[in-house]
Design a protein around this ligand. Structure first.
Ligand SMILES: [Zn+2]
Length: 285
């Protein structure tokens, strides 16, 4: 642990200010709470919102996992993990079941979360109505009046153009029957995991200076239409080429020399633990 820094990098006043914003966000599920986003030793757009949430919450007995697009080994995940453990000395893990705080970019882990865990999502664009309304003053009003026709209009235009809802990620959701929220760019596949999740889900946007939350067991509904119900990505009968899993979120890999396609689990630590388990079972038999 680097003792040149204060515990968890921030001064105590900063941590308290962020925690107050978190409490307000928990009290108003899906509502974007402004906070004084600080300068961080990484650039905005690289997870500073999530990092500030993690640093304000992390205690000495916490166990931290950091993932980026399902991978524990990407540069962004490695550096954030190093930074938090370096300024706190907390234990780190790749196993989502062991972690008490999971900071993630663009994914909710495949293994189900449990009570007492905190999932911190890094958010680039927290405002689900920004595409149709550039003014912050006006979007705040639309939220206050619960006027979400613009969010539906975007989905309707996609159906007009592509014959289906074509949001690749960040498909808007209604939280606790009130606020419409951007779930951060998680794939549609992960949207159903937001609904009634036993873990506390916190979302932080560093550049846009917003914090919002989905408290445990909160009703979360993906926006859709009666005749165009919400659907997650369908991988058909595809299975991971390494561990054989299906029904999980898969990445498609194309061999540039042969053009042949294979599938891999997007959640690399889950894939590795499945392979370990099947290896152990093979060794035992
Ligand atoms: Zn796999």
């Amino acid at each position: 642990m680097n003792s040149l820094y204060n515990y968890a990098f921030f001064d105590e006043g900063s941590k308290r200010e962020i925690r107050r914003a978190i409490l307000k966000a928990v009290a108003l599920p899906g509502y974007q709470v402004p906070f004084a986003s600080r300068e961080m030793p990484i650039a905005r757009g690289w997870g500073t919102g999530g990092l500030q949430l993690t640093l304000s919450l992390v205690g000495r007995s916490d166990v931290l996992k950091v993932i980026d697009q399902g991978s524990d080994d990407s540069v962004n995940a490695v550096n954030i993990r190093k930074f938090v453990s370096g300024t706190t000395g907390v234990a780190v893990t790749e196993d989502a079941r062991e972690a008490t705080i999971i900071q993630s970019r663009h994914r909710i882990p495949e293994s189900p979360l449990r009570e007492g865990q905190v999932l911190v999502l890094q958010v680039p664009l927290p405002e689900p109505l920004r595409l149709i309304e550039p003014s912050e003053y006006k979007t705040k009003r639309l939220h206050a009046e619960r006027d979400y026709s613009g969010a539906y209009l975007v989905l309707f235009e996609e159906i007009q153009r592509y014959g289906r809802v074509a949001t690749g990620a960040d498909h808007p959701v209604e939280v606790h029957g009130r606020y419409v929220m951007a779930p951060s760019p998680i794939p549609r596949f992960d949207n159903p995991k937001l609904d009634g999740n036993p873990a506390l889900i916190l979302l932080g946007a560093g550049r846009e200076k917003k914090i919002y939350a989905v408290p445990p067991y909160t009703k979360v509904r993906s926006l859709d239409f009666e005749d165009q119900p919400f659907r997650v990505e369908d991988f058909g009968s595809a299975a991971c080429g390494l561990c054989g899993a299906s029904g999980v979120y898969l990445d498609e890999l194309v061999d540039p020399s042969t053009g042949s396609k294979t599938w891999r689990c997007n959640d690399t630590s889950e894939c590795a633990s499945r392979r370990r388990a099947s290896q152990e079972a093979a060794d035992a038999s």
